[in-house]
Design a protein around this ligand. Structure first.
Ligand code: TPP
Ligand code: SF4
Ligand code: SF4
Ligand code: SF4
Length: 617
């Protein structure tokens, strides 16, 4: 590749580049002997000889070149047309600075425009075998497979190809559907791996198909119809179950995370549960990259335009950044309340406005219920009616009207942020006893910069800066957080126990103080089969590698140990992952000793959590 790069780019004279590559090759492979050096030099010569120009044809079997392909729909926003489309066509340099937003605010809901179509194979739903569990939707890192309940009357205009099955538990007027978004699917295989019906090879509910075949079967048409159907139809379900939670529209979709990523299913879950009223402070790391790579954003809104607001500050100050959001929301809400009271006590206030404001403010403390939303919407409607009235108090209420609803503040980042570089900030914010939720996506390394060791990296794991295997213990940050006594703490692994993860997220949100959740997230840096990331979470818990617990200060007995006694082998688990296995090749003696140490450390860690958890009342 290097030969081709220097030849085509002409960045330096080719002969000079060739000389440099030869020298580098000799230096790099010197220790491996002359044979290896000569083979690599021969490779360079072969590449020079083989390098030839291939002209780009105007068409390929009748298909035009990329400039002819329609990338953005006609009804897309100005931002999509003026910024996203030229960027997609690699014409970003032509965008004038004047087209950029002045304050850095850009619209959400734009990752759905990409339709990358990168998966050579995509899942196909065999409806007759589906047990309607929603696990595929919960496991998918990319929100590319979804479930919906559909009222039968809404199927009147459905395309012929749009198949559904009667909803369970049986309701005469509802149908259930699993929809694959073929062009957003990465083909990672996590859903196929996780589908419980697939355990019976005779009757699998998800099988592989080619993207072309699915397009021929009108899946793109089906997807459009599915998308336009009403969202969040729950029937008899509630968000207390995974099946129910997965009936809600993900407000985080189609991110560019690696196929099979272990982090994104958690972010998607939070968006499904709380996205409509959520503000996210994101630490730098993988989550800031897949959540905000300019110009498209995977955070999106529901059909009424409600959805998460997202921002990324620095690696080292994200907890404080989110804490500032909490204080700002509280301040704005308190100002709104003061001005609503002023308007209410003004005798000139019309009766309908008074009634609407009184109703909206009556839900101030419990502002996220359906009833509260209806009252808030009504208040906004009446406020709009009086928008021309010259009253500064009323103008202030209108300015702050979005704060009738409290916001759910989520502070998100990786283990490097949480354990190392942002730790001081997290500790400070936890100590303030304010209502924020912290989500630590624990890949046990600095994933985004190529897998450097963090204080969350366990003993024996190989990472950059720990190439000989990490020599120290994984930091017990859960325990440190619990020691405050007024912090909600949970440790979860979605693929190991979906119900426990769901419960933890809901408890964290409901808890009126600080919450912190440590979520185990397998990653490409682990050297594993990425179609099995959720299975890997299960294996980790079953081997006693990763703990599941919840510490809820609201409960009479705050600590709950959620993992069953280990039934898998710790050694078998770590020896199956590349990040541990590689040490065996480079330093087998140290590997054996570190593997033993790692198992002892993990056992000690579990015992400490259990024992101290019991004491922390
Ligand atoms: C102060 C500072 N140091 C280093 C970096 C470079 N950096 C950006 S992302 C990252 C790794 C993030 O790792 P982690 O927090 O574990 O999140 P992950 O990528 O694993 O999700 C690093 C080191 C930075 N942005 N700021
Ligand atoms: S293959 Fe991967 S990206 Fe595609 S639907 Fe399944 S889990 Fe989602
Ligand atoms: S995981 Fe399988 S059985 Fe469950 S809803 Fe999805 S397709 Fe159906
Ligand atoms: S590097 Fe790891 S955490 Fe980052 S997107 Fe890829 S799989 Fe996810």
């Amino acid at each position: 590749m290097m030969v081709v790069y220097f030849k085509v780019s002409g960045i330096i004279p080719f002969e000079q580049a060739l000389e440099g590559m030869r020298e580098m090759t000799k230096k790099t492979f010197k220790k491996k002997g002359d044979d290896v050096v000569n083979m690599n030099l021969a490779l360079i010569d072969a590449a020079v000889d083989a390098c030839q120009e291939v002209p780009v044809p105007a068409t390929l079997d009748g298909v035009g070149c990329v400039d002819d392909v329609k990338l953005i729909p006609d009804n897309a926003s100005d931002f999509a047309k003026k910024i996203i489309e030229p960027s997609m066509r690699q014409k970003g340099d032509d965008i004038p600075v004047s087209a950029m937003s002045n304050d850095g605010v850009i619209p959400t809901g734009t990752a759905c425009l990409e339709k990358r179509g990168i998966a050579p194979r995509v899942p196909h739903w065999n409806s007759e075998n589906c047990i309607q569990c929603g696990i595929c939707a919960s496991a998918c890192p990319h929100a590319a497979i979804r479930t919906k309940l559909i009222e039968k009357e809404n199927l009147k205009d459905a395309p012929k190809s749009f198949n559904t099955i009667p909803a369970k538990p049986a309701l005469a007027d509802e149908e259930f559907k699993v929809q694959v978004y073929c062009k957003d699917c990465t083909g990672c295989g996590v859903c196929v791996d996780q589908c419980p019906a697939n355990k019976n090879p005779e009757k699998p509910a998800l099988t592989w198909s080619s993207i072309e075949k699915e397009e021929e079967a009108c899946e793109l048409v089906n997807e459009k119809f599915f998308d336009e159907l009403p969202d969040n139809v729950m029937g008899r379900n509630t968000t207390k179950t995974i099946k129910g939670a997965m009936l809600r529209k993900p407000l985080f979709e189609f991110s560019g995370a690696c196929a099979g990523c272990g982090e994104t299913p958690y972010v998607k879950l939070v968006s499904q549960l709380f996205g409509e009223n959520m503000i996210v402070a994101n630490a730098t790391g993988c989550s800031s990259i897949y959540s905000g790579t300019f110009p498209t954003i995977p955070y999106t809104t529901n059909k009424e335009g409600r959805g998460p607001a997202w921002a990324n500050s620095l690696f080292e100050d994200n907890a404080e950044f989110g804490f500032g959001m909490r204080l700002a929301v509280d301040q704005n809400r308190s100002t709104l309340k003061t001005y609503v009271e002023k308007v209410l006590s003004n005798e000139k206030t019309p009766a309908d406005l008074k009634a609407a404001l009184e109703e909206a403010i009556s839900h101030f403390e419990n502002s996220k219920t359906e009833e509260a939303h209806a009252a808030q919407d009504k208040a906004k409607e009446v406020l709009a009616k009086y928008k021309d009235v010259d009253c500064p108090d009323l103008a202030k209420v209108r300015e702050l009207q979005d704060y009738f609803t409290d916001k759910s503040v989520w502070i998100i980042g990786g283990d490097g942020w949480a354990n190392d570089i942002g730790y001081g900030g997290i500790d400070h914010v936890l100590a303030q006893n304010q209502d924020v939720n912290i989500l630590v996506l624990d890949t046990e390394v600095y994933s985004n910069t190529g897998g450097q060791a963090s204080k969350s990296t366990p003993t024996g794991a190989v990472a950059k800066f720990a190439t000989g295997g990490k020599r120290t213990y994984k930091k017990n940050m859960g325990l440190m957080s619990m020691s405050y006594g007024y912090v909600y703490v949970a440790s979860v692994a979605l693929g190991a126990d979906r119900a426990q993860t769901l419960k933890a997220f809901q408890e964290a949100e409901a808890y009126k103080g600080p919450s912190i959740i440590f979520a185990y997230a397998p990653c490409i840096a682990h050297g594993i089969d990425m179609s099995k990331t959720q299975t890997e979470q299960k294996r980790a818990v079953e081997a006693g590698y990763f703990p599941l617990y919840r510490y809820n200060p609201d409960n009479e007995v705050p600590f709950t140990w959620d993992a069953k006694d280990p039934k898998g082998s710790y050694q078998e688990f770590i020896r199956s992952e590349g990040r541990y296995k590689s040490l065996m090749k480079t330093n087998p003696e140290a590997a054996e000793a570190l593997y033993t140490q790692a198992e002892e450390d993990a056992a000690k860690r579990m015992a400490v959590y259990k024992a101290v958890g019991e004491l922390m009342r």
